[in-house]
Write a protein that binds this ligand. Structure first.
Ligand code: PEP
Ligand code: MN
Length: 451
């Protein structure tokens, strides 16, 4: 049936349900009238994702929470507007597909691919201001809020940036969708996903996987088996639901069910700094039907997780709630078990992911924010050990990476040394694994899944 003429296609932007709760880490817009104009505009824009896709992801995450598949959630710490280029998006998707192939091949498990992509433009910060050479300016809060260059004009919070974030997300997602469904993700093209990467041990092992897959495909073809799944895949979009002036106007009523969905991404999470059960970010996630996540740091108490489960997953819907633990390699083996046990005691079965990055950040002698690859691997190992001991499912990994050969994290088989950090440090926020380190991590995780 055709919609009635003049029927507003985007009817259903959700207004009026947002209570006035404390909201941390929000921009301070200099002009409230301008911010209101932008919120209204965002409320008229088309959704970036559809409710049904979010339901599909929720079902897939439910499978992962039962151990039937494994989740790879990966991408930038902070996307930037400058990075919205075909080459950059291709490299980011390429490394995700490479890691997923290594995991699927090595562990014999389907991999649910979720990018930190097409919306990861807002950043929580531990300090409001930053001082350089006696000049104090607001900290960089992600391209959605202000600019990275250290000057007054760039660091001013500008609501128009939310419109640019929407457009950047739309064009990113458009290309991701086209590529993964239109041939780039075809298993016949596996060799091209890492094109241009220098040859290293990790790349050599990736080539072995490529050869194994090619042999399997030849075999299948020879016996007359083909499947659309050999030729395309799905990459879901996720980001931290941080800037509420962006997320709320993009929340829409699903015409099938009459229920609200966030349409800025398939999966949204609350960060370690905004996960208070009585505050605005958890309230926001509680009101939308998407699969949602919460980051849990080393100070998380059993009571915190009990309240989060009650707020976010009162009906114990499989796949609805993901806990992304980011404890630090040194403490995960002590800090994680009481939390998992508290959740088990509630009869809840969330998906557990490990973020082995954010608990392992330190500043190098050269002044770079960095992470050691060995700590990243050790936290993943600790995650597998704890869940193994408690009989719960280690459902996946959540990492920050780049499709390029950046030098931001120390270590790896082709080691980035502390003295190399300055060579190619391009992240405006946290240090990312480079392509080799990402492949190496995938190879190690595949091995942990087999053990
Ligand atoms: C992040 O994922 O970039 C982040 C800031 O994480 P966390 O909330 O865990 O500190
Ligand atoms: Mn980060």
């Amino acid at each position: 049936m055709n919609p009635a003429p003049n029927r507003p296609v985007q009817a259903g932007a959700v207004t009026g349900i947002w209570p006035d709760l404390p909201a941390r880490q929000q921009p301070s817009w200099p002009d409230e009238a301008e911010a209101e104009r932008v919120r209204e505009r965002l409320g008229q824009f088309p959704p970036l994702v559809f409710a049904e896709e979010c339901d599909t992801l929720r079902d897939q995450l439910a499978g992962a929470s039962r151990g039937e598949s494994f989740v790879l959630q990966a991408g930038e710490c902070a996307e930037t507007f400058d990075q919205v280029t075909a080459a950059n998006i291709r490299d980011r998707v390429g490394v995700l597909l490479q890691m997923a192939a290594v995991l699927t091949y090595g562990a014999g498990l389907p991999v649910v691919k979720v990018g930190r992509i097409a919306g990861q433009f807002g950043k929580p910060r531990s300090q409001d201001t930053e001082t350089r050479d006696g000049v104090e300016l607001p900290t960089y809060r992600g391209d959605m809020v202000n600019g990275f260059p250290f000057d007054e004009a760039s660091r001013l919070h500008d609501p128009d940036r939310m419109l640019e974030a929407y457009n950047a997300s739309a064009s990113t997602l458009n290309l991701v969708r086209a590529w993964v469904s239109g041939g780039y993700a075809d298993l016949e093209n596996m060799v091209t996903w890492g094109a241009g990467t220098p040859r290293t041990e990790a790349v050599r092992q990736y080539d072995e996987v490529t050869e194994g897959v090619a042999r399997a495909l030849r075999f299948n073809r020879a016996i007359g088996v083909d499947s659309p799944l050999f030729h395309s895949t799905t990459v879901f979009a996720s980001h931290e639901a941080l800037v509420l002036d962006y997320e709320r106007p993009l929340t829409r009523i699903d015409s099938r069910t009459g229920l609200p969905y966030a349409t800025s991404g398939h999966f949204l999470w609350a960060g370690e700094r905004t996960r208070h059960p009585d505050e605005a970010h958890i309230d926001f996630l509680a009101r939308v039907m998407n699969p949602v996540g919460v980051k849990l740091g080393p100070t998380t108490s059993a009571d915190d997780v009990r309240r989060l489960v009650d707020r976010l997953d009162p009906d114990r819907t499989p796949g609805r709630l993901t806990f992304i633990t980011r404890m630090g390699a040194g403490v995960i083996r002590e800090a994680l078990p009481p939390i998992v046990e508290a959740v088990q005691a509630l009869g809840a079965a969330p998906l557990w992911l490990t973020d082995p990055m954010h608990g392992n950040t330190f500043t190098s002698a050269s002044g770079h924010k960095t992470r050691h690859f060995d700590d990243v691997v050790d936290e993943v190992r600790g995650f597998f050990e704890v869940h193994g001991a408690l009989g719960t499912v280690p459902g996946g990994v959540h990492v920050e990476l780049s499709g390029n050969d950046v030098t931001e994290c120390i270590g790896g088989v082709v080691p980035v040394l502390e003295g190399d950090l300055g060579q190619r440090y391009e992240s405006p926020c946290d240090p990312r694994l480079n392509r080799n380190q990402s492949l190496e991590l995938a190879l190690l995780v595949a091995q942990m899944l087999r053990e």
